[in-house]
Design a protein around this ligand. Structure first.
Ligand code: GLY
Length: 394
């Protein structure tokens, strides 16, 4: 090899080393800040029996009990932070806030039991091996399974919407891990079969040719095909609601991890490419709340959609080769760097002790617009810790 090539190789290695150190520093600093902020949140909520953080609006804390679909995110965030740094305080708070959502194992009136229990008890089970946690997950999966209709092959998301015969939202992909986990724990493949059926139907009916997804698909219970494809939280029925796109990306990536089925990987890759290549994706990688909002750029960004997407991309980058892997990882790193900046990360003790600012819950309902949200924080911390593990292996 000639001298010049050796020199260029050495310079490239040096540059890669610097870039690596740069992202390592960002990730370490971001986790430090997240842990400090989460401990403040835990101290604030510890005396508030059975309550969990929801958001912070107009200078006031907004909390919920375990019934709210987001109740498992704060306990889950504490588990990730405990996993990263250990310590008695994080462990004790993770256990305490996890216990607050246990009663949701009997929830059968919506699909969110998957979100609630997998983030809290699922991470607790993964990190402690405590069999009482596994039992909660199995009971939760049994509750979720009551919502599976074998004729349609999907889990019903919501009740109480007479306009839809059998509504399934793209978000429901996120509840499948609870079923997969329950099959692994019990050896009973019924839960797994339901999850696979749901994912297959979602792949078939929820996606447009460009791999964007509808938010709500309502099935005709007689013909078993969609009767309506609409939105609830997006800009219009035909728009690409940003968080929904992230749920789909994350859900199919996770289903590939659980099954090894190539079709789920292909689906996740197609969604990732739709998102990364979207002309309305801002250059910093933090999407507006809907890719098709006519008010872009004068409409809020959604940090939660970015955090979910970043976490999924870090995982997906492990499942694909070469250039594609690099593309996904560098996009996720860009998103995380931006989220870790002062623009999105709150100062210690501010923002109601949430880590991130600027998420959007449901813009058309004028609910939780440009506020902190527990799931933005959860997936941000998950993404950071996933990336840190990956960087440590290099
Ligand atoms: N699963 C509800 C939402 O993403 O807002």
């Amino acid at each position: 090899m000639n001298k010049q090539i050796l020199m260029l190789a050495a310079m490239a290695a040096l540059a890669a080393g610097c870039a690596g150190n740069d992202i390592t520093r960002t990730v370490d600093g971001a986790i430090d800040k997240a842990a400090a902020q989460a401990l403040l949140m835990a101290e604030k909520y510890a005396p508030q029996d059975s309550l969990l953080p929801k958001t912070f609006e107009n200078g006031k804390d907004v909390s919920s009990d375990s019934r709210w679909w987001c109740s498992g995110f704060f306990p889950g965030e504490l588990w990730y932070l405990y996993e990263d740094r250990g310590g008695a305080a994080l462990l004790s708070y993770a256990k305490e806030f996890t216990a607050r959502v246990e009663r949701e194992k009997f929830t059968t009136d919506n699909h969110d039991v998957g979100f609630i229990l997998n983030c809290s008890f699922g991470n607790g089970w993964r990190l402690t091996g405590d069999s009482t946690y596994a039992a909660v997950l199995v009971q939760g999966a049994k509750s979720l399974a009551t919502r599976f209709n074998p004729k349609l092959g999907v889990i019903r998301s919501w009740d109480g919407h007479p306009e839809w015969q059998y509504p399934v939202i793209i978000d429901n992909m996120m509840n499948l891990e609870l079923l997969m986990e329950a099959s692994e724990i019990t050896g009973d493949s019924t839960f797994r079969a339901m999850a696979i059926s749901h994912a297959d139907k979602t792949m078939k009916w929820h996606f447009r040719p460009d791999y964007s997804s509808w938010h709500v698909v309502s099935y005709d219970t007689l013909t078993c095909v969609p009767e309506k494809r609409q939105t609830h939280q997006g800009c219009s029925d035909e728009s690409a609601w940003s968080r929904g796109q992230s749920w789909g990306l994350y859900g199919f990536t996770a289903m590939y991890r659980w099954t090894g089925f190539k079709r789920y990987l292909t689906q996740a890759v197609s969604i990732a490419d739709f998102l990364i290549g979207n002309t309305d994706m801002p250059s910093d990688g933090i999407p507006y709340w809907d890719f098709d909002c006519p008010d872009i750029p004068n409409t809020p960004r959604d940090a939660s959609a970015a955090a979910i997407m970043a976490s999924a991309l870090v995982e997906l980058s492990d499942f694909v080769d070469g250039g594609r892997s690099e593309k996904y990882l560098s996009f996720a790193e860009k998103q995380l760097k931006r989220l870790a900046s002062d623009q999105y990360t709150a100062k210690l003790g501010e923002n109601g002790c949430f880590i991130l600012k600027h998420s959007v819950g449901a813009f058309p309902l004028n609910s939780e617009v440009d506020v902190p949200l527990t799931y933005a924080d959860y997936y941000y911390v998950e993404a950071l810790t996933r990336l840190k593990k990956k960087l440590n292996k290099r």
